[in-house]
Write a protein that binds this ligand. Sequence first.
Ligand SMILES: Cc1cc2nc3c(=O)[nH]c(=O)nc-3n(C[C@H](O)[C@H](O)[C@H](O)COP(=O)(O)O)c2cc1C
Length: 302
Amino acid sequence: MKKFLPLFIVSLILCFCMGGFSGSANNSYVFSEVGAQSDDVSMTYEDGKLTIEGLDEAANLMQASFTGKVLTGVKLLEAKNGTTEVTANIGDKFFLWSATNAMRPLSAAVTVRPAEQPEPSNNILVAYFSRTGENYSVGTITTGNTAIVAQMIAEQTGGDLFEIKPVTPYPSDYQEMLAVAQREAAENARPEIADTAVNMQDYDVVFIGYPIWNGDMPKIVYHFLESYDFSGKTVVPFNTHEGSGQGSTQRNIENLLPNATVPRGLAVRGATAQNSRSEAESAVKNWLSGLNLPAPGTGSGA
Ligand SMILES: Cc1cc2nc3c(=O)[nH]c(=O)nc-3n(C[C@H](O)[C@H](O)[C@H](O)COP(=O)(O)O)c2cc1C
């Protein structure tokens, strides 16, 4: 141990000159350089393995850690361009010193720092159709009932919102709307969608929201679901209504998308979404917590 004493002292001084230790709990590491490295020696750290390149003489590797003893893991490296494996924690510093000359540093200090956590790719889409204007039980509204629930789901899941809008707007008059919906149902229409620019391959989980019209989904929602390949994805229905619950939509979506997983959907009263938001929010929260959605990237994603 005596042999290393001068090194310990120099290392300690260097440690604190270079800004001390950083140290927050984190599972991933990056090996960031502190100061320029000398003698073309480089140290890189990946997956628990420290790689040292450019050594032209035997060297001591020192691992300094802030765990009471301050300095641990002194190791003699014999090979030129040697590679060695060390375990490291956030805040650990590494130094290379000449094995023959205790005062000759071969590298600057490098510190293991918390890696920037990459944003997990958001794999959730919250697509919905909703109508503003005059409606049953809520009067004339400027944000549709289903839109309100869609926003709650997007907020609670971090999903991307997408509104399914018709090329030809629906009437805001309620009676006129009933007539249009009946006609679409009779014709089994597929109303045109204004914006079709969804990169569906980016999503593993797709929430699909709609009002109940005559016990079923509006035909424009059929058109949306028929426009993409949902194989391998999880498609989660949610809807608003004024008494029909989900109507026939759960079964209809399951039949329409036989290659998708379709968990049990959520039905919220339109008037509750519009006028009792905290009640609606709790319903959304409870439902979401029971869904066990796949983790990002584990669905088809393609
Ligand atoms: C054309 C039309 C048909 C409807 N049919 C039903 C129905 O069969 N059952 C039901 O419970 N509610 C029905 N409703 C009420 C809507 O489902 C409810 O108001 C819903 O919250 C509207 O959502 P939105 O504001 O997102 O469009 C209907 C509403 C309209 C406009």
